[in-house]
Design a protein around this ligand. Structure first.
Ligand code: KIV
Ligand code: ZN
Length: 388
């Protein structure tokens, strides 16, 4: 058995922080049911202390979802932590995720606190949370831009207080893969008793590297939890995308050597549900879940895929929840793809000459129309028949 990579989905918390993506209690519950079908390990259901609505959403999810751990975010203070614990009462497995910023910039300009005050508040928050719940995650916000010496002190203190997961956010998406991977590794090496907790990565996508950074945190840094969202939903340029991380670890198991519990066939349904609920459309060329992710348009590729799918596909469309891959017929398509589509449509042209004539008409049409649909082919073939 290989080691497991924990998939922590934060679509309903960090994803919801996207401007315009806020969700009602019922919408969140519907998505949580889909996340449970997807078999994510942890669902961060919201930030219970942030509003009564979010408290009710976290509570409803904790009461209903039984197969995933349910988590609520809480700032590092007793009120937030108490609200989180209250909302999570009905959960089979509950987690409180508490955080405080540790970068100089955030401590000085935002929190207006000294290092020693932040260290003490982190320690007290984890101590308080640990009395209410056995599963405590701690995040030093803006961790990647924090002074490593100070960060090590904070992490050592929260481990001593019983934190079970240490999550290192790249809050503003500033990291570069090797640097982030090495940063996590250094922290793990320097913090005493670091093996008492699971290390987690949480990357934002401001430079388009959230997935690459997260994977470096796993491979180089030894993190065993990835925080991510469906479709990479999240503030600004978004969070690390769940579908990309899961399929990278699955497809390149030779490199990562890790298992994920996720049922990948539920990825596309989850992506559609999140897109429909939030109104955030998925770009067509988005990896794994974009409409073109498994579409082949060039003749050379179509011919290859029809002969052996592995020629141009590293994953199966069906494995992530698409009904099939897609051969898009257009001006770049070859005779083979056209002939295959005729067969799929049940059109039996008698001779090679007939197929050739139909193919010429198809090419002529394709010069005028960017995508040829099955109806166009059927019309084209029936014209062919009536001409004879
Ligand atoms: O990006 C971030 O720093 C966060 C923390 C609250 C974990 O979302
Ligand atoms: Zn975040």
């Amino acid at each position: 058995m290989s080691e497991q990579l924990i998939i922590f989905d934060t679509t309903l918390r960090d994803g919801e922080q996207s401007p315009g993506a806020s969700m009602t209690r019922d919408e969140k519950l519907r998505i949580a049911r889909q996340l449970e079908r997807l078999k994510v390990d942890v669902i961060e259901a919201g930030f219970a202390a942030s509003s009564n609505g979010d408290f009710e959403a976290v509570k409803a999810i904790a009461d209903v979802i039984k197969d995933s751990t349910i988590c609520s975010l809480a700032r590092a203070n007793d009120r937030d932590i108490g609200r989180a614990a209250e909302a999570l009462k009905g959960a089979n497995r509950a987690r409180i995720h508490t955080f405080i910023a540790t970068s100089e910039l955030h401590m000085e300009k935002k929190l207006r606190m000294t290092r020693e005050q932040v260290l003490e508040q982190a320690r007290l928050a984890v101590r308080f949370a640990r009395n209410l719940c056995g599963d405590i995650e701690f995040s030093p916000e803006d961790g990647y831009r924090s002074d490593p010496d100070f960060l090590c002190r904070v992490l050592e203190a929260v481990i001593d207080e019983g934190a079970t997961t240490l999550n290192i956010p790249d809050t503003v998406g500033y990291a570069i893969p090797e640097l982030y991977g090495n940063f996590i590794r250094t922290l793990r090496e320097r913090v005493p008793n670091s093996d008492k907790a699971i290390w987690s990565v949480h990357c934002h996508n401001d430079l388009g590297m959230a997935v690459a950074n997260s994977l470096a945190g796993v491979k180089i840094g030894g993190a065993r939890q990835v925080e991510c969202t469906i479709n990479g939903l999240g503030e600004r340029a978004g969070n690390c995308s769940l579908e990309e991380v899961v399929m990278a670890v699955r497809t390149r198991r030779d490199h990562f050597g890790l298992d994920v519990r996720v049922d990948a066939t539920q990825i596309v349904p989850a992506s559609r549900m999140v897109a429909q609920t939030t109104g955030f459309v998925v770009q067509p060329n988005k990896a794994v879940v974009g409409a073109n992710a498994f579409a082949h348009a060039s003749g050379i590729h179509q011919d290859g895929v029809l002969k052996a799918r592995d020629t141009y596909e590293i994953m199966r469309a069906e494995d992530v929840g698409w009904s099939a891959n897609k051969i898009v017929l257009g001006k770049l398509s070859g005779r083979n793809a056209f002939k295959q589509r005729l067969q799929d449509l049940g059109v039996a042209l008698e001779s090679e000459a007939e197929i050739n004539a139909a193919f010429l008409r198809f090419k002529d049409l394709a010069d005028r129309k960017s995508e040829i649909f099955d109806e166009d082919i059927l019309a084209l073939v029936s014209d062919e028949e009536s001409d004879q």
